[in-house]
Design a protein around this ligand. Structure first.
Ligand SMILES: [Zn+2]
Length: 78
């Protein structure tokens, strides 16, 4: 995705899901939200809306390329 497409995708996701991080539920300014792939790109995840969610930098970073939610390995989530 180029930056323009990314911005458009993000806008669509905000319309669908609101300003919330998919993982920790925090409401953030659009510029603080990142596009999160439920199935990571490196694992063959697509750029379709079904695979995209919004997440804050912290959750996105801590999850990395894992198939699981951030904090899963540490047993913190769920
Ligand atoms: Zn978060």
């Amino acid at each position: 995705m180029n930056p323009k497409q990314k911005r458009k995708k993000k806008q669509q996701l905000i319309e669908d899901f609101g300003c919330y991080c998919w993982w920790c539920g925090k409401c953030l300014m659009p510029e603080k939200l990142t596009i999160e792939h439920l199935l990571p790109r490196s694992k063959g995840g697509s750029n379709s809306k079904e695979n995209l969610r919004l997440s804050c930098f912290k959750c996105n970073n801590s999850r990395g390329n894992s198939l699981y939610p951030p904090g899963w390995e540490q047993g913190k989530c769920f």
